[in-house]
Write a protein that binds this ligand. Structure first.
Ligand SMILES: Cc1ncc(COP(=O)(O)O)c(C=O)c1O
Length: 449
């Protein structure tokens, strides 16, 4: 064999070994880094070791609010650092404040699914909503009965990938297929900032965003979205247009006893609920609609069939387990277990946060917050003022652009224009983890002009 050839083979071998060793070391490093990040995310350790740099990109009205560039670096909004001062991101309503409750529940909500289970597309072919898991439907009915926030009798339950999918399914189902022009979809300002985006995203021929319901004057059919308690301002709402050709869709994402007194069981034609804000399981992506009309429920089911061929069974079963755990924790007759009722835990936490925020606002003197009437809650027996999932903060005096003003103080919020009103207002999430919320109130209280 030629000597040169032997040498080059040896060299190739050495280079290859060096590369492999390098690769192994690198994999080890990546794994360690990943592990460290996971444990930090899970247990909220020292801020310094968590910090990463991210841009404070200005908000853009036409960008979907869960997929901003800055979120790629820090999805939980807690790790951005800028100029030595930590950036507090309260733009999104990511309900991480419930994490601790669920940690305390330990294995009570652990749900194991083997590889062979739940592999069919179908859940119950005898049900109009054929992809609805019976266990999930049972858990929904039980929880509504227990809390008393919605009538479930004689309703069709349609499950969706979050209430976001159900919103779109409902728009499809409520619009006549052959109308000469798209139906107007309206909501009283300030309205949930995703409504206009979701309505117009696909430029449907069936419907279009019609703006603030207070200003809607067309003598045409319309769909009015009624969100109560409202996102962003927490107000209790009813329809405002009230004309003959109107169809109502009620979004009850926040009609739960940690946020507002439950005064009556809601009884409307089409009501949307979600685990995202009720139990905090936004990542499970499960919502449900309670629908009176069979044809509307059928069309919503059809939309979801065409859109995603149903809804993840894994998620539905996990959501069922969570809802059951909530109901068990509140309905403890005969149960010896020492579990804090979920709605006590969440109510007390919201109450504490609102007190803390109001104190910070008072101390600063530059802002104001809405007041809410005190009402009796049929579920808890308490009389209290709403303590919404978002604070609708107003910059008083000369400050015209509250979002930019707070951004200068490294606090990211969502400005009024996203909700159809003026920029003197911002929406602030009240659902962040304790550490971030405490940092926020502390910083807000110190702001001076
Ligand atoms: C009023 C309202 N409806 C619906 C949603 C979305 O819920 P889901 O996570 O179930 O899609 C939100 C989320 O912030 C909301 O505020």
């Amino acid at each position: 064999m030629n000597k040169n050839r032997v040498l080059s083979l040896r060299q190739v071998l050495m280079v290859s070994m060096a590369l492999n060793v390098g690769l192994i070391l690198r994999l080890g490093y990546v794994r360690e880094t990943w592990r460290a990040e996971q444990s930090l995310h899970g247990f909220g350790l020292e801020e310094k070791s968590r910090s990463r740099v991210a841009s404070m990109a200005a908000s853009s009205q036409n960008v979907a609010h869960v997929s901003r560039g800055k979120q790629v670096v820090s999805i939980d909004g807690t790790e951005i650092e800028d100029g030595g001062e930590r950036v507090i991101n309260l733009d999104h309503g990511d309900p991480t404040m419930y994490e601790r409750f669920w940690q305390q529940m330990g294995d009570k909500t652990t749900f194991v699914i083997s590889g062979w289970q739940y592999i069919s597309y179908f859940s119950d072919v005898t049900n109009l909503c054929w992809f609805l898991e019976p266990e999930f439907a049972k858990a929904v009915v039980r929880l509504h009965k227990l809390v008393g926030n919605a009538i479930t009798k004689d309703r069709y339950i349609v499950v969706g990938t979050g209430s976001t999918q159900l919103f779109q399914a409902a728009l499809y189902a409520l619009c006549p297929p052959n109308a000469s022009e798209p139906m107007n979809v309206v909501s009283a300002a300030p309205f949930y900032s995703s409504y206009p985006l979701m309505t117009d995203f696909l430029k449907s021929g069936l419907y279009k965003w019609g703006g603030d319901a207070h200003k809607f004057s067309k003598d045409r059919p319309y769909i009015e979205l009624v969100t109560s308690p409202n996102n962003p301002d927490g107000s209790t709402r009813q329809a405002v247009v009230n004309r003959n050709q109107g169809i109502l869709m009620h979004d009850f994402a926040y009609y739960w006893p940690q946020y507002t007194p439950i005064s009556f069981p809601a009884d409307h034609d089409l009501m949307l609920f979600t685990v995202s804000k009720s139990t905090g399981h936004a990542g499970t992506r499960i919502g449900w609609a309670l629908v009176k009309d069979k044809e509307v429920a059928r069309k919503m089911t059809k939309f979801i069939e065409i859109n995603t061929i149903g809804v993840s069974k894994d998620s539905q079963l996990r959501a069922a387990r969570i809802l059951q755990a909530v109901a068990d924790s509140c309905d403890r007759v005969g149960s010896p277990e020492e579990v804090q009722p979920f709605f006590d835990y969440s109510y007390i936490l919201m109450e504490k946060r609102w007190k803390q925020l109001r104190a910070a606002v008072k101390k600063s003197g530059l802002f104001s917050l809405p007041d809410f009437p005190s009402k009796f809650c049929n579920f808890s027996g308490r009389t209290f003022e709403s303590q919404p999932a978002f604070a609708w903060l107003k910059c008083e005096g000369e400050i015209e652009d509250c979002e930019s003003f707070l951004r200068c103080h490294r606090i990211l919020t969502r400005g009024g224009k996203h909700f159809g009103v003026c920029p003197k207002y911002v929406r602030i999430s009240m659902l962040e983890r304790d550490e971030m919320f405490d940092l926020f109130t502390e910083r807000l209280s110190q702001i001076k002009l």
